[in-house]
Design a protein around this ligand. Structure first.
Ligand code: HEC
Length: 290
């Protein structure tokens, strides 16, 4: 009996190194997902099915999708740069990373007397901006690291009409926000509306009136709906545009992501091959011991 146990632990020791390594590899692969998981809660944003409140929509950011990053950069330079700087980045680096030719970038995405080598600044005085909007528009270079991509995407799609606010607009994610709905001509007029939701019985079915057999419902408020035909884009196209914009802001926070991941993959591959070789060597040495 004792001999058996001894044999077992010897086998375990023998297998330890490759197993341990595989385990580490799985952990490091899994950790790719972690960066998407963090981030702030989404205020009173209500999911489309009305089941969860305060949970952000998922933004599928992809640092390798250059077309999406280019489209995001275009929206940013046209609609956001008037107020929000990206003061830790330079135009030149963005045009290289996003593979936008210099002259095209210069003609279409740089305004005023800015040069390719400049940091991406705004001309607005922060003090004046604070007077206009109640809060100064923050720099957004590191915004995706602060709030998370999911938060930004949900925020950008959550402006709605609220006459009680100074600018006539509010946001589900960021209550009483000072930012105007700058993309209203793209999205159209969004409103916070109520819907009839079916009343669910304990057994999971829809509750019915015992006399008439009619299905029972209750009113739930806080859903976002866009008045049809008021924007230049369909809901799907607007969502995609906001995903591209979010992708661009995620790239801003972590411009070396693709490079780092490629190096990481090669390093893991190298370690894997190296472990296999050292394991074979170990077996050779062990033969000589007997
Ligand atoms: C007219 C000026 C203006 C424009 C244009 C503008 N914003 Fe803003 N934005 C603001 C102000 C002001 C705030 C601060 C609001 C507050 O704190 O109440 C803000 C806040 C934000 C925040 C939240 C910052 C935080 O507190 O974490 C994000 C994200 C943001 N803006 C993204 C954008 C994007 C993306 C665009 C382009 C589509 C854009 N903004 C265009 C004025 C502007």
């Amino acid at each position: 009996m004792q001999a058996g146990t001894g044999k077992g632990s010897a086998r375990m020791r023998k297998n330890f190194s490759p197993h341990c390594f595989l385990f580490l590899m799985l952990i490091s692969l899994g950790s790719h997902k972690l960066d998407a998981a963090g981030g702030a809660a989404c205020g009173s944003y209500l999911s489309e099915d009305g089941l969860t409140k305060g949970e952000c929509k998922e933004a599928y950011v992809n640092a390798k999708d250059k077309a999406s990053l280019q489209s995001g950069a275009q929206i940013y330079m046209n609609y956001c740069l008037g107020c929000h700087s990206l003061k830790y980045a330079r135009y030149k680096k963005v045009s290289e990373d996003l593979e936008i030719p210099f002259d095209l970038f210069q003609q279409n995405l740089i305004f005023g007397d800015q040069k390719m080598g400049d940091l991406i600044q705004v001309g607005m005085d922060p003090k004046e901006a604070k007077e206009w909007f109640g809060n100064a528009p923050p720099d957004l270079t590191l915004e995706a690291g602060l709030r998370g991509a999911d938060w930004i995407y949900t925020y950008l799609t959550s402006f709605y009409v609220d006459e009680s606010r100074p600018l006539g607009v509010n946001n589900k994610v960021y209550e009483n926000v000072g930012m105007p709905h700058v993309l209203i001509d793209m999205q159209g007029i969004a409103r916070s509306v109520c819907r009839d939701m079916p009343l669910i019985a304990e057994n999971g079915g829809i509750k019915q009136d015992p006399l008439t057999g009619e299905q029972l419902s209750f009113q739930k408020c806080g859903f976002l709906e866009v008045d049809e035909g008021t924007g230049s884009m369909s809901n799907e196209d607007f969502d995609q545009a906001m995903l591209d914009l979010t992708n661009f802001l995620a790239y801003m926070t972590d411009p070396l992501k693709t490079e780092r991941e490629t190096i990481g993959t090669y390093t893991l591959l190298y370690l894997f091959i190296f472990t296999m070789l050292s394991y074979l060597l170990y077996r050779e040495f062990k033969k000589d011991l007997h």
